[in-house]
Design a protein around this ligand. Structure first.
Ligand SMILES: *Cc1c(COP(=O)(O)O)cnc(C)c1O
Length: 400
């Protein structure tokens, strides 16, 4: 029996360092193992399950669409896709949407769009994409070049050309790097994988201005920060900048794989029929669920309440940081994307393991940051429960 299980486990390519645990069902903020042990989920499949697990509205949307029609093709019109496109475009202050299946695909499409737009404007050499230090944009070859993590690129070269990195949050370096070869500046409003790092006040406005001064576009990678994660539908909406391209995935389907690029009409026109595609992108199943996710996020007062509850979580994390100053050296993040930077005496992977042993699921991020990504529905009592576990585990590290 166990031999059999080991053979199956070994049949999965070891691209992830996996914990030896699996879940068989979920409800709300909780995941359950086969023996019915409950885990409080502050990982949400890495910022995906915005309404937690088994949300009845999302399940109903999926089931009802599943009985009607799963998949047709982008060779035909897809009603649910047109509906979602108009809704997302309207929310983003933009015009057109391209649908695909993941964050990296959406980012890759956004870069193609930026280059194609410049090309159509007559700027054939304007292909550079300015990215931020510590950025994470995904794992395809081009997005590895956009991602600032040399280790991720090891043995995968040569990398596609034209991606340049400047320190995140520093407008002087950004302006120095700007020139007429830059097609677009690509930026995460809050760096998720990089360590829950919020762009400093005024930074996104400075990015917009630098882009405008040189005729470059702004790509907001909201794959992690979008769909309410920071308490706003899109994180950039906390500022008054308007990106030219907004990239979405993770939370968009609440757990159903789907990605999207929302863009200005002129960018869509520069693309045109045959310029890009995806067999599965925007299929009826994905669109039905994503429309239901947006319904939930649009409910009157919901995002306001996310901000209120996220502030409560933040208060608790502040208290932890005050109580364990030798273990927690910085508090970071926005909304329900929060990070605690741990001191060098602690390795974040050991922390997530210790928390998991106490039935709390969290995620490591860059710079030794413990990241909390609860569902947007995380309740006050769940915040308290998460806090109590964190407090217990941190106190254990003090004692040891
Ligand atoms: C997760 C993530 C991606 C990659 O998304 P995948 O769906 O894993 O391809 C890209 N950008 C950001 C900001 C992310 O957090």
């Amino acid at each position: 029996m166990s031999m059999e299980i080991d053979a199956r486990q070994a049949a999965v390519m070891p691209t992830y360092g996996r914990a030896d645990i699996s879940f068989v069902r979920g409800k709300g903020s909780w995941l359950y193992t086969r023996d019915d042990t409950a885990y409080l989920d502050c990982a949400t499949g890495i910022a995906v399950n915005v309404f937690g697990h088994g949300d009845t509205r999302l399940v109903a949307a999926l089931m009802s669409q599943a009985e009607k029609l799963w998949h047709t093709s982008n060779l035909y019109r897809i009603d649910e896709q047109e509906k979602l496109a108009l809704r997302l475009a309207t929310h983003a202050g933009l015009d057109q949407v391209f649908f695909c299946n993941s964050g990296v695909e959406a980012n890759e499409a956004a870069v193609k769009m930026a280059r194609r737009f410049q090309f159509r404007q007559g700027f054939e050499k304007r292909f550079k994409i300015l990215c931020a230090g510590g950025a994470f944009h995904g794992r395809t070859l081009a997005m590895l070049a956009a991602t600032d993590k040399p280790l991720f690129r090891e043995g995968f070269g040569p990398m596609p050309e034209g991606f340049v990195h400047v320190p995140f949050g520093n407008l002087n370096h950004l302006r120095d790097a700007m020139n007429v070869d830059v097609a677009a500046i690509m930026v995460e409003p809050v760096q998720g994988e990089g360590g829950a790092i919020v762009a400093p006040e005024g930074y996104l406005e400075g990015v917009r201005k630098a882009a405008d001064d040189f005729g470059a576009l702004v790509i907001a990678d909201e794959v992690q920060t979008g769909m309410g994660r920071t308490g706003y539908l899109f994180a950039y909406q906390k500022t008054d900048i308007q990106p030219d391209l907004v990239v979405l995935a993770k939370g968009l389907g609440g757990g159903f794989p789907v990605g999207a690029v929302v863009a200005r009409k002129a960018i869509g026109e520069a693309m045109g029929p045959g310029s890009h595609g995806s067999t599965f992108g925007g299929n009826p199943l994905a669109m039905a669920v994503a429309n239901a996710v947006l319904d939930g996020l649009e409910e009157t007062g919901f995002l306001e309440d996310v901000r209120r509850r996220a502030a409560l979580l933040n208060d608790k994390l502040n208290k932890l940081a005050d109580d364990y100053p030798t273990l927690i050296i910085e508090r970071r993040g926005a909304g329900f994307l929060r990070g605690l930077k741990l001191s060098d005496s602690l390795v974040v992977g050991d922390m997530t393991t210790a928390l998991r042993a106490e039935k709390l699921l969290c995620v490591p991020a860059g710079e030794n940051v413990l990241r909390l990504l609860p569902p947007l529905t995380f309740s006050e009592s769940e915040i308290e429960q998460a806090y109590l576990i964190l407090d217990r585990v941190f106190s254990g590290f003090v004692a040891s």
